[in-house]
Design a binder for this molecule. Sequence first.
Ligand code: 2U9
Length: 357
Amino acid sequence: MDDLKAKYLGQIAEAADEAALEQIRLAAVGKKGEVALKMRELGKMTPEERQTAGPALNALKDEINSALAAKKAALADAALDERLRSEWLDVTLPSRPRRQGTIHPVSQASEELTAIFAEMGFSVAEGPRIDTDWYNFDALNIPGHHPARAEMDTFYMHRAEGDNRPPHVLRTHTSPVQIRSMEKMGAPLRIICPGGVYRADYDQTHTPMFHQVEGLALDRDISMANLKWTLEEFCRAFFEIDDVELRFRASHFPFTEPSAEVDIRCSWQGGTLKIGEGDDWMEILGSGMVHPKVIAAGGIDPDVYQGFAFGIGIDRLAMLKYGIPDLRAFFDSDLRWLRHYGFAALDMPNLHGGLSR
Ligand code: 2U9
């Protein structure tokens, strides 16, 4: 009996896993196990022998069962310890950086200027970026021989041989949207058209795609005085400067007559630009009274209605407001420059190099 006990307690102590323990249990205390066989031999014993052998066998069975249960619990504990050791997690590690987005300065500027013009009663008009050369040029009084129409300056859409549709271009300004709005809505009319435009140009101050906002106000008695007030009000609100001063310089555009380029008073101190003070002037937009031919092209009677129009480069406005010196940063850079200019650390733009289109 002692041999049996030593044998099975030894095997139990050595068992590597639950499957091995089950084998030992069957061999020792299962129905056909060694202890059961010994129990069957009790019948052949004398009553005296049975009296000592019976309880001893029962005690052996209990001892083996307890050892099996204890070993099973120990194996489970060891397995848990192993999992805890191999699957640990360092909760103090810094988290992986997450990609973070932010509004683009051009979108920000566009939203700001739209809100300002909306307060003045202008609604937003949108239209196609690919349009016919009639909407982009002819309707705007830009004649066939004008340099802007050359392939050097304008992106023409490819046409297959035999395609007789009128030539289509990537719009070079948002003016075609204004012509379409005049056709659709008639006069009186007060709209702005913000959006992307395309010109075959690329250097520090020009990109093949940039953003414009053009404005148009048509009614029976609109004058240059209304234009001046509207643009001053806009600049005051956009640059957040009360003492804004604009200078209207006579100019020429095919779509307006008279035409004026508009400069804003500014100063350059140590290469730093300050808007609204100083003795310098910086060009910020073009404008004028809409040419009667253009009003007629939009299907409106120029003898009854007249009005003003203006065009502003939004990218350039954003650069001036947020102090971004190179236009190309808008198109071929990464998020770090945005964070650098981040709409927070800026007091005033610091511009080196010319910025006129
Ligand atoms: C209609 C009639 C007239 C829009 C105008 C300008 C002057 C102008 C430039 C500013 C900077 C383009 O982005 S830029 O390079 N624009 O100088 N734009 S008047 O005149 C219009 C538009 C539509 C129907």
